[in-house]
Design a protein around this ligand. Structure first.
Ligand SMILES: C[S@@+](CC[C@H](N)C(=O)[O-])C[C@H]1O[C@@H](n2cnc3c(N)ncnc32)[C@H](O)[C@@H]1O
Length: 289
């Protein structure tokens, strides 16, 4: 493990940050590749020790930082790690980098299902890195969950994440198009969650390059108006949910009213748009009959 003086390290860190980029991304690089946690850095600033141990040498860390700055490569893909809620998830370019706004889905679920001792069956359609399903399975060991994705490579990442994070066995993984892999669960689900691809085609073409050039198109593009997948999920949801079962969908910032109408048209009650922390109607929820 390379060892350098704290003084040299702090000088190097300042130089890297002067090239651009966000402190938070730099912290991810130092933690995941360098093995230096933000808490170590804070104490270093207050009380500089003589030497510092890092997992990789500074030239290597610098080459990753340069790649991030020059090519707009997401730091999470370069490091293979994304922090989401209290989870440290493996990611690669087969899965969407789980977004901070999506974290709220787990809180919405907790507000709906207050009695945590109650057994329950949930499905997440389009699990990607597995973030939502893993967080739910960990928070509710009494619950059983099924996480699906059309992309087998994405599903492999989700499975690895679950195995790395937990010894629990209350989450299963199935590959296939939306409801297809869970045909046998018709009428049995208490809850279905999905953060499907919802970006309209025109918007997709104009996405920033750090998203469009790196993140999987299949995880982002929602057809011409962005609602292609949301429509398919909602139309079949009544076949799979139990009576009074809930659906929770993430949608694009301006799709809430349209998703609400789709849910009402498909006989959902208690339909509500839930705002994210920036006040955007990011989620639409409803209860089947
Ligand atoms: C927006 S990403 C969400 C990933 C993850 N749930 C999250 O919140 O970070 C959408 C996911 O849906 C999957 N997906 C796209 N089309 C699908 C389909 N037809 N059936 C099942 N999953 C699909 C993608 O592979 C991707 O992992």
């Amino acid at each position: 493990m390379p060892c350098i003086s704290a003084e040299k390290f702090l000088f190097w860190k300042k130089k890297q940050l002067s090239k651009g980029g966000e402190l938070q991304s730099f912290a991810v690089l130092l933690d995941c590749i360098g093995g230096i946690k933000t808490s170590d850095l804070n104490s270093l600033n207050i009380n500089p020790v003589e030497n510092l141990y890092i997992k990789k040498n500074l030239d290597y860390l610098e080459s990753i930082w340069e790649d991030h700055l020059t090519n707009s490569s997401p730091i999470q893909y370069l490091c293979g790690i994304s922090f989401w809620r209290d989870l440290k998830l493996r990611v690669n370019n087969k899965v969407l980098i789980p977004r901070p706004e999506t974290e709220l889905i787990v809180d919405i679920v907790s507000k709906i299902f207050i009695d945590t001792s109650q057994k329950l069956l949930f499905a997440e359609l389009g699990t990607g890195s597995g973030a939502i399903s893993i967080a739910l399975a960990l928070a509710h060991p009494m619950w059983d969950g099924i996480a699906t994705d059309i992309d087998q490579d994405a599903l492999e990442i989700a499975i690895k994440n679950f195995k790395n994070i937990s010894k629990q066995s209350n989450l299963k993984f199935c590959c296939g198009n939306w409801w297809t892999p869970i045909e046998s669960f018709k009428g049995k689900l208490d809850l279905v969650i999905s953060n499907p691809p919802y970006i309209p085609k025109d918007t997709y073409e104009k996405l920033p390059k750090e998203v469009k050039n790196f993140e999987p198109k299949i995880a982002l593009l929602g057809g011409e108006d962005g609602l292609k997948h949301i429509r398919e999920i909602i139309q079949k949801a009544p076949l799979f949910l139990k009576e009074k079962g809930w659906i929770i969908l993430e949608n694009h910032f301006d799709q809430g009213e349209k998703v609400k109408k789709l849910l009402i048209k498909n006989k959902f009650k208690s339909v509500k748009i839930v705002k994210d922390l920036s006040g955007i109607g990011r989620f639409t929820i409803g209860r089947y009959k």
